[in-house]
Design a protein around this ligand. Structure first.
Ligand SMILES: [Fe+2]
Length: 200
């Protein structure tokens, strides 16, 4: 079966290609803010996309799935769509030091931000609730971690992500003895591809 293509991933890829054309590999603030603002303007999430992604939700009603739509040349960014079953929450995790932008296409997502302190302590620094069409960005600096949750108890959520490099490994933080958080190296799961991705 050939991979499905979506207006939303096509619009993101076109924007990122124009945006990163002459950019260096790393994007720092305030440049990330500019990329984030431009991406919000450029994204086109069509009714056709909504139907196609709903079909993925229906195929995997109990499963959190990750769909790669871009693995850009030179590894400047990775694009992933994620499908969240009702109530699903990720472990607290980092992003291998990469910046990221996360946008809700369907449903409502909460994003709890943490700071990794001394002796493996994680401090909760705030929670953002993202409704459909809303997004957030993070620099992914050392010590940054978060947990994301589909706030609906009944409906799936769909999110679109852009990460500033090749995100193939990251760390989850499990609660260990004495309530301390233990970093667990984790391979980024890919359940399928959307659109014409380029593997390098
Ligand atoms: Fe994340």
């Amino acid at each position: 079966m050939s991979p499905i293509d979506l207006d939303v991933t096509r619009s993101v890829r076109a924007y990122m290609a124009s945006c990163l054309g002459n950019e260096p590999v790393s994007i720092e603030r305030p440049s990330l803010d500019r990329v984030h603002a431009g991406l919000r303007e450029a994204v086109w999430y069509s009714p056709k996309d909504r139907r196609a992604l709903r079909a993925i939700c229906d195929e995997h009603p109990q499963q959190f799935t990750r769909w790669l739509y871009e693995c850009e040349r030179d590894g400047r960014y990775t694009g992933v769509i994620m499908v969240w079953p009702a109530g699903y929450a990720t472990p607290i995790h980092d992003h291998a030091g990469l910046w990221g932008i996360e946008m809700v296409l369907q449903g409502t997502l909460s994003v709890e931000d943490y700071e990794l302190g001394d002796e493996r302590g994680l401090r909760h620094v705030g929670t953002t609730v993202l409704e459909e069409g809303q997004s957030c960005a993070f620099l992914g600096t050392q010590g940054h971690a978060h947990r994301c949750t589909n706030l609906s108890a009944r409906r799936a959520a769909v999110t679109l992500h852009v990460y500033g490099g090749l995100l193939d490994h990251y760390r989850n933080f499990d609660v260990g003895r004495g309530g301390r958080y233990v970093p667990v190296p984790t391979r980024a799961q890919v359940d399928g591809r959307i659109g014409a991705t380029h593997a390098h």
